[in-house]
Ligand binder design. Structure first.
Ligand code: HGY
Ligand code: MN
Ligand code: MN
Length: 414
């Protein structure tokens, strides 16, 4: 491909101005960072921002029956098949960073700028996709949009998922003008994709340690989520003697420590409890139940299963000692993903020999990789921190990432 490289400081500058333009959307003053749950006002504002920016670039935007946004750079005389698709997500975790998701979307728009500046004329369609509920922060299942799109979750299970307020996913779809009866696997949609490339801020220090601004994903750690509910006897904090208690909060606390201790027994395992909800949740009330959510990850799916089983057994044991019971429910599970080697090495070659590195973070690209050729580009995060306000991407690296994405799109859509 002989293109005159555009200095990142010129056209790819738009990735910086695009990110700046959403810097105040969904700021969470209580937690810090950003809270942009799917179909919340901040996430809907980001969708509008994306549609306006895409249309300003001459892309034609549609929302499919799973709520996925598609912005098309069509080719005259070529239908929407075998497209080179890029994009990411706009929803966030509670109190998340600015870049997890939106950097991939902004970089996709900036890559279109770079290509249009170069006078590039694609021979096959290019599209930018924005997947809803990648984080699973509102309805509990990660990559809900891409799972519905690929058939990795049934419509029935998805539509009955509830958020913290008790609204079902079906309720929320209806409230946003979507037809719940229409969600589900989209084979025609999958057939439109010839290649999916997702750019994402790195959620770790790999590129810092490699001293590289851009990297290529080799694999995604298998991961799952389980809800544990510990039940005891709710009672009065003042009238209940310590010896007479069956306190699920104490059982849950002991179980959370066991989560850490068991994970440490398995090299490369990660096990996290980031969310715990006592019921009813009063300062002067012994809880009747405590729900907490477990996130376990490991390169070997069998080890993930073993870790969860050991945690479940430990939780049952400490619950029994506290006069409580515990129930465990699997909420989502993703096997370890090894990206297509040809795609990954091609991405490395198209981006000046960017290094390949694994990630412990899940992505829509991981879901799509079972159905279409898929790859990922990572952009350096100087702090290595993510799912936290300290997540960072320097402007220069963001521009370099956007140009790298433009170069890969040009290779595949040229
Ligand atoms: O949880 C994850 O790995 C991703 O950020 N959704
Ligand atoms: Mn993400
Ligand atoms: Mn994330």
């Amino acid at each position: 491909m002989t293109t005159t490289p555009i200095p990142p400081s010129t056209t790819a500058q738009s990735v910086v101005s695009l990110m700046d333009s959403i810097a105040d959307v969904g700021r969470d003053t209580a937690r810090g960072g950003y809270s942009r749950p799917v179909y919340s006002t901040p996430e809907l504002d980001l969708r509008s921002w994306f549609v306006e920016a895409a249309e300003r670039r001459g892309l034609e935007v549609e929302t499919d029956r799973n709520g996925i946004l598609w912005a098309w750079w069509d080719v005259p005389g070529h239908d929407r098949t075998d497209a080179v698709v890029t994009g990411s997500h706009l929803d966030s975790v509670p109190g998340g960073g600015a870049y997890d998701g939106p950097l991939g979307v902004a970089s996709s728009l900036a890559a279109v700028d770079v290509l249009q500046q170069r006078g590039f004329a694609p021979s096959r369609p290019i599209a930018i996709a924005v997947f809803p509920e990648e984080e699973g922060s509102r309805f509990g299942v990660a990559c809900l949009g891409s799972r519905l799109f690929t058939g990795a979750i049934t419509p029935a299970k998805a539509l009955n998922l509830r958020d913290a307020e008790g609204s079902t996913f079906a309720d929320v779809l209806r409230a946003n003008g979507q037809d719940p009866a229409a969600v589900g696997v989209d084979r025609a949609g999958l057939e439109r994709i010839g290649l999916f490339l997702e750019l994402h801020v790195e959620q770790g220090r790999g590129l810092v340690d490699l001293d590289a601004p851009v990297g290529v994903a080799s694999s995604i750690l298998g991961h799952g989520r389980w809800r544990l509910s510990v039940s005891g006897q709710g009672n009065h904090a003042g009238t209940t003697l310590m010896a007479d208690r069956r306190d699920p909060m104490v059982a849950a606390a002991r179980a959370v420590v066991a989560v850490r201790d068991i994970a440490l027994l398995h090299e490369s395992a990660r096990a996290t409890v980031g969310r715990l909800t006592p019921v009813p949740g009063g300062t002067n009330v012994i809880a009747s139940r405590v729900d907490f959510w477990l996130d376990v990850r490991h390169p070997d799916d069998a080890v993930t299963a073993a870790v969860v089983e050991q945690i479940h057994a430990a939780a049952r044991a400490v619950a029994a000692e506290e006069g409580c019971t515990v129930d465990l429910v699997e909420e989502s599970l993703s096997a370890t993903v090894h990206f297509d080697t040809a795609v990954a090495t091609g991405l490395s070659a198209a981006t000046g020999g960017s290094p390949l590195l694994p990630t412990g973070a899940g992505h829509d690209a991981g879901v799509l990789s079972a159905h279409v050729p898929t790859g990922m580009l990572f952009v350096r995060n100087p702090t290595g921190v993510s799912h936290s306000p300290e997540e960072l991407c320097e402007d220069a690296d963001a521009r370099t990432g956007a140009v790298a994405l433009a170069d890969t799109l040009a290779v595949h859509a040229g």
